[in-house]
Design a protein around this ligand. Structure first.
Ligand code: NAD
Length: 336
C-alpha cells in the first residue's frame, strides 16, 4: 500500500492526517483531493507543500470525471474525510450536505470498485447514532438514528459504504469517531470559536443550558486510529473511536476561560439548536482490543496544548476570520 488518495485533506482532521502520514510513512505517496470549500485551508499544509511525495488536487469528490482520472493513475487505498461537517450549516442548507456527503461518497466508491483498491476507509462520526440518555455508550451495534441533516447525510454515506462491501466485495472500513479537538480546527467549531471570542472579549454563545455532553478526542489520536484501521482493519468492519472524555459544553467553555484568565460574564446562553443531541459517549472497546489502539493524549493536557496552539497561531485563525486565507490558494495556484 503505497499510494493513498486522501479526500478533504485541507480540512481540520484531513490536514492533521496528511502531516501524520508523511511523517510516519515517508515512502508513501499522498494525493490530497479537496474542493477548498470555506472549510478547506491550504495554509494548514504549507510545511509539507513541497514534499515530493505529496500532491494537491483541487476538485469536487462528486465530479465523476475528475475522480476517475485520479484512479486511472493508480490508487492503492482511499481515506475519505471530505464532507460538509458543520451541524448548524446543515440546518440552514441541507442540500449541499446530501450532494457532498452522500453523492460524493458514492462517486468515490464507484471509482474504487471500478479500479480496485486494497482499502477504502470511510471516516464517519458518532453523530450517526443519534443521542444518548444519561447512561450507556454507542457501540458498533447501536442502530443508526441521526437527528440532524449533517448526521443523516453521514449515515447515508455509511450505508452506501456498507452496501459496496456487501454487494461488490469492496474492502471497506467505516470509522465512527467522537468530537475532535486540536490544531487547525476551523474557528466556527466550539473550542476554537470560544478561544477566539474570549481573546477578543466577545460574547461566548452557548446553546441551551450548556449541559449537552460531547466525548472529546485529540485529533492526533484519531489519526493514529485511522492509520491502524487502514493497515489492519478487517474488511467490512465498523470501528468506533473515542477516548472516554465526556464533558459538558459549559465545562469546556469555563476551562478555556479559566486558562485564558477571562471572566465567565462573557458566557451568553442562546436559544438551543433544533434537534440538538444531548449526549454522545463512545465505547471504543473493539478498536482497542482487536487492533490494539490506545489514545496517548489525556484531555486535561490536550486541551491546554490546544489553547496554547491557538494562542501561538493567532495569525492563522485571524486570516480565516478576515477571509484572507482564501487568497492563499489564488497566490499559490492561480485563480480559485
Ligand atoms: P472540515 O469541515 O474541517 O474539512 C472538510 C474538508 O472537506 C475541507 O477541506 C473541505 O474543503 C473538503 N470538502 C468539502 N466538500 C468537498 C467536496 N465536495 N469535494 C472535495 N472536498 C470537499 O471537517 P473535519 O472536521 O476535518 O472532518 C473531516 C471528516 O471527519 C468528516 O467526514 C467528518 O464527518 C468526520 N468527523 C469529524 C469529527 C470532528 O469532530 N470534526 C468527528 C468525527 C468525524
Amino acid at each position: 500500500m503505497k499510494k493513498l488518495l486522501i479526500t478533504g485533506g485541507a480540512g481540520f482532521i484531513g490536514s492533521n492526517f496528511v502531516h501524520y502520514m508523511l511523517n510516519r510513512y515517508p515512502s508513501y505517496e499522498l494525493i490530497n483531493l479537496d474542493a477548498l470549500t470555506y472549510a478547506g485551508n491550504l495554509e494548514n499544509l504549507t510545511a509539507i507543500e513541497n514534499n515530493s511525495n505529496y500532491t494537491f488536487v483541487k476538485g469536487d469528490i462528486a465530479n465523476k470525471e475528475l475522480v476517475t482520472g485520479l484512479f486511472e493513475q493508480r490508487v492503492d487505498a482511499v481515506v475519505h474525510f471530505a464532507a460538509e461537517s458543520h451541524v448548524d450549516r446543515s440546518i440552514l442548507e441541507p442540500d449541499v450536505f446530501v450532494k457532498t456527503n452522500v453523492l460524493g461518497t458514492q462517486v468515490l466508491l464507484e471509482a474504487a470498485k471500478q479500479f480496485g483498491v486494497q482499502k477504502f476507509v470511510h471516516v464517519s462520526t458518532d453523530e450517526v447514532y443519534g443521542s444518548l440518555g444519561e447512561t450507556g455508550f454507542f457501540t458498533e451495534g447501536t442502530p443508526l438514528a441521526p437527528n440532524s441533516p449533517y448526521s443523516a447525510s453521514k449515515a447515508g454515506s455509511d450505508l452506501l459504504v456498507r452496501a459496496y462491501h456487501e454487494t461488490f466485495g469492496l474492502p471497506v472500513n467505516i470509522t465512527r469517531c467522537s468530537n475532535n479537538y486540536g490544531p487547525y480546527q476551523f474557528p466556527e467549531k466550539l473550542i476554537p470559536l470560544i478561544i477566539a471570542n474570549a481573546l477578543a472579549d466577545k460574547p461566548l454563545p452557548v446553546y441551551g443550558d450548556g449541559l449537552n455532553i460531547r466525548d472529546w478526542l485529540y485529533v492526533e489520536d484519531h489519526c493514529s486510529a485511522i492509520d491502524l484501521v487502514l493497515h489492519k482493519g478487517v474488511n467490512g468492519e465498523v470501528y468506533n473511536i473515542g477516548g472516554n472524555n465526556e464533558r459538558t459544553n459549559i465545562h469546556i467553555v469555563k476551562t478555556i476561560l479559566n486558562e485564558l484568565g477571562k471572566p465567565e460574564s462573557l458566557i451568553q446562553y442562546v436559544k438551543d439548536r433544533p434537534g440538538h443531541d444531548r449526549r454522545y459517549g463512545i465505547d471504543a472497546t473493539k478498536i482497542t482490543t482487536e487492533l490494539g489502539w490506545q489514545p496517548v493524549h489525556n484531555f486535561e493536557t490536550g486541551i491546554n496544548e490546544t489553547i496554547r496552539w491557538y494562542l501561538d497561531h493567532q495569525a492563522w485563525w485571524k486570516r480565516i476570520q478576515s477571509g484572507e486565507y482564501q487568497e492563499y490558494f489564488a497566490q499559490q495556484y492561480g485563480s480559485r
